[in-house]
Design a protein around this ligand. Structure first.
Ligand code: MLT
Ligand code: ZN
Length: 475
């Protein structure tokens, strides 16, 4: 290890290798303070060539490298294990916007660029990078690619995977796959780059990306829909999409308990008996009267008996107030004392059914538990969280729910054709869930792919899957 560290110092310089405990601390714990690891060093390369040098050494010395971008994972995907033998590779110094190409609507960036800075670069060119997340001020491009992040507008623009035109990736042996093209069409064999999207740094290290942009939406209509009881939300979504000419960019559910965590009781934005849906239309043309379109469709929603009240934002400030409430719910949960997060995905048509059956399971387990449910119901993703009861120990509660109740919720989702992880990934915390719920042949191929790319298991060892030899997945 000492030999590797002195070679690393030679290639990265002093600023590129952190060894003292105080400076290492922030890289060793996940953002929710659930998992704490140790590391032999924190590496901070400032170029793709330095990342290549690191991986060559890691392969030679057999040292595990844990890539870390903004360190905002909910599954400890970027936290080293406790052996003290792994090294964290922080992408934070790979932070240049490489080019903005308006005619190709393509944005080329280093993987350590903060999402918001990438959004700003697109905005300055009159375009938009359509990935929107609560953590956009601190998460980095490499992390959103590694986790195939979703967020608030997936129903219109897709997951991160759908926005990737090109990638630059350092393989475990230090060689470089340069596929930084900005082509929309390129049918020339396997789409290798997609293997690295959602791979959580277990196959290679993404150092650069070309991302799709879209014409900047300059006109919005945002509605705060106070729901009646038992609204068939999938039908409502279908109607709103159809009647707006598919201009819907967000369709977010907020249940009353989640809203109460963040909304002042005397504030203007209230819940309906069935909670709230925040609907947004986005459009880049002034020729389309989005607010009138929204008013018309909300009339239909009323007529169907689905809304008790609807407020359409009359100003940017009102729109921002609505979004602030939605986006600060995770913060509100933290402030309450924490929550156990379940990032459930089910087919859109079964979301309401999941809410009913899941709610019944929680009530049967312990009727005093409080659910905070919200999220991207427009794409089938529910943040189905349990609030830590006052006075209970957060870690003990998390452990108990993980053992006793979460399996029931995941089984219900799986029985509906759903998933235990919609957009938060697998990391170190959900490895066993992956093994349990994945189709056995899919799991076998996952392990085979890991073994093919990373036979020495130096790429984020311990996250997601262990390698196996050959696509047949034999040990
Ligand atoms: C969100 O949609 O707000 C996040 O994905 C959920 C979270 O931060 O837990
Ligand atoms: Zn989310």
């Amino acid at each position: 290890m000492d030999g590797m560290i002195s070679e690393l110092r030679g290639s990265l310089g002093e600023a590129g290798v952190l060894l003292d405990a105080e400076r290492m601390e922030g890289y060793l714990v996940d953002q929710r303070d659930l998992v704490r690891g140790r590391a032999a060093a924190i590496l901070r390369p400032s170029s793709t060539e330095q990342v290549q040098a690191i991986m060559r050494l890691a392969s030679r010395y057999g040292v595990g490298i844990v890539p870390q971008a903004g360190n905002t994972s909910y599954c400890a995907g970027a936290t080293p294990d406790t052996s003290g033998r792994q090294m964290v590779l922080s992408l934070e110094r790979l932070n240049k916007v490489r080019s903005v190409d308006p005619l190709d609507a393509a944005l080329s960036v280093d993987s350590g660029v903060i999402l918001q800075h990438a959004q700003d670069a697109a905005d300055a060119a009159g375009l938009m990078l359509p990935i929107s997340l609560g953590s956009e001020g601190s998460c980095r491009i490499g992390g959103i690619i590694g986790t195939n992040a979703g967020g608030l507008s997936v129903l219109r623009y897709g997951m991160t995977r759908d926005l990737i035109l090109g990638l630059e990736v350092v393989l475990p042996d230090g060689s470089l796959v340069n596929d930084m093209k900005r082509l929309r069409k390129n049918n020339t064999g396997y789409d290798i780059k997609q293997n690295f999207v959602g791979a959580e740094g277990t196959l290679g290290i993404v150092t650069g990306a070309v991302l799709k942009m879209i014409p900047k939406p300059t006109h919005h209509a945002t509605a705060w829909v106070c729901l009646a009881e038992d609204v068939p939300l999938p039908e409502m979504l279908a109607l709103v999409r159809r009647e707006t000419g598919d201009l819907v960019s967000s369709f977010e559910l907020i249940t009353p308990r989640s809203l109460a965590l963040v909304a002042p009781p005397d504030g203007p934005l209230k819940s309906g008996s069935g909670g709230v849906v925040l609907v947004e239309l986005a459009c880049s043309s002034s020729r389309i009267p989005v607010v009138e379109v929204m008013e018309g469709v909300m009339g239909d929603v009323f007529e169907a008996g689905w809304a008790e009240d609807v407020m359409i934002a009359q100003s940017d400030a009102q729109r921002a107030d609505m979004w602030r409430l939605r986006e600060t719910i995770p913060e509100g949960e933290k402030h309450h004392g924490g929550s156990v997060k379940h990032d459930i995905s089910v087919p859109i048509g079964r979301t309401v059914e999941f809410l009913k059956v899941g709610g019944a399971a929680v009530a049967a387990y312990d009727p005093t538990l409080e659910l905070s449910v919200y999220g991207h119901i427009g794409d089938g993703n529910l943040h189905y969280n349990l609030l830590v009861p006052k006075g209970d120990d957060r870690l003990r509660f998390t452990d108990r729910i993980g053992r006793e109740l979460a399996p029931q919720l995941y089984d219900i989702a799986a029985g509906m054709g759903g998933s235990f992880s919609a957009e938060h990934g697998v990391g170190r915390l959900k490895r066993r869930l992956l093994q349990h719920y994945a189709d056995p042949n899919r799991y076998r191929v996952l392990r085979g792919l890991k073994g093919l790319f990373d036979p020495l298991d130096v790429m984020n060892p311990g996250a997601m899957v262990d390698p196996a030899t050959g696509l047949s997945g034999q040990e």
